[in-house]
Design a protein around this ligand. Structure first.
Ligand code: AMP
Length: 282
């Protein structure tokens, strides 16, 4: 496995592979890796000749500075996991390597930026686009791999691919959410949970399953109220729980029994904010 810290040397390496017509797959991460990340590496390995993984905790996507400071960093373990997972290249840039000057570009994300994660974390998706734009520009991948765990982020990346002309040939694959045996979606943030909170955290997925089982055509407000109560009783502070059109993320209050739906949730356990989602109609 190769490790690069600088754009220049990574590009020299990748250009050699590209002249041999090798397919470059790319998995951007913020480290503190777990099996969810490794499932992206495995998916990438299946579809590409070279798998590149970046580890970069992007300051511009954190609207809460404390959250950035507390973001777990486990570099040594991450590198070992990538090696064991069959990754070919790790890119470990510094902040100045990614942003030689502070990024100023604004991306037109439309409604996507006004709802759910967009409204709860102002500026978050602009930061995501800034870093992904820069990383794609450096790696120039053929294929990129993102987790369904961050459902709205996948839609934002899709929009970015359409917005930036140089990215028109990149294809994006969405990899299913990897879960603990309890159903808890794997997340780097889980490292910040106490043992007791970790047990409680599984109720997030149980609540989504409850929505899926009880889903019926017609008004959905009652169902959502029940799910909010469920979260509250389990000990969560709910940020949002909502049912939306799976393709547009437009919230759905009254279901016609036909359109595809996704349930999205964000809730706090203590200081830790967890998100999850579930397709309800697949
Ligand atoms: P992060 O390091 O949190 O920025 O995540 C890097 C990539 O891993 C993103 O595409 C995430 O959606 C994906 N990811 C995170 N957790 C999971 C999971 N439990 N299952 C699948 N993919 C995940």
């Amino acid at each position: 496995m190769w490790m690069f810290k600088h754009e220049k040397s990574l590009k020299i390496y990748l250009n050699r592979k590209k002249t041999k017509k090798q397919v470059i797959g790319f998995v951007p991460t913020m480290g503190a890796l777990h099996q969810g990340h490794i499932s992206l590496i495995e998916a990438c390995n299946k579809k590409s000749d070279r798998t590149v993984c970046s580890i970069f905790v992007n300051p511009t996507q954190f609207n809460d500075k404390k959250d950035l400071e507390k973001y777990p960093r486990t570099l040594e373990k991450d590198v070992q996991m990538l090696f064991d997972g069959g990754c070919h290249v790790v890119f470990l840039p510094t902040v100045t390597e990614i942003y030689p000057t502070p990024p100023t570009q604004h991306y037109d994300l439309g409604e996507l930026e006004q709802i759910f994660e967009g409204s709860s974390r102002p500026g978050h998706f602009q930061g995501v686009c800034q870093v992904v734009d820069r990383l794609f520009e450096i790696v120039q991948p053929d294929k990129v791999f993102f987790g369904q765990k961050d459902y709205q982020q996948c839609m934002v990346i899709n929009r970015l691919l359409a917005l930036v002309p140089n990215f028109s040939k990149i294809t994006m694959k969405i990899v299913p959410t990897q879960r603990e045996a309890s159903g808890l979606a794997m997340s780097s943030r889980n490292l910040r949970l106490s043992a007791e909170q970790r047990t409680t955290a599984a109720q997030l997925y149980q609540t989504l399953l409850f929505l899926k089982t009880k889903l019926h055509p017609g008004q959905l407000s009652n169902l959502l109220e029940q799910s909010k109560k469920h979260l509250f009783d389990a000990g969560f502070r709910c940020d949002y729980i909502s049912i939306a059109h799976a393709a547009t993320l437009e919230p759905v209050q009254n279901w016609d029994g036909k359109i595809p739906l996704v349930a999205l949730v964000a809730a706090f356990l203590g200081e830790v904010r967890l998100i999850d989602n579930l397709l309800l109609t697949d």
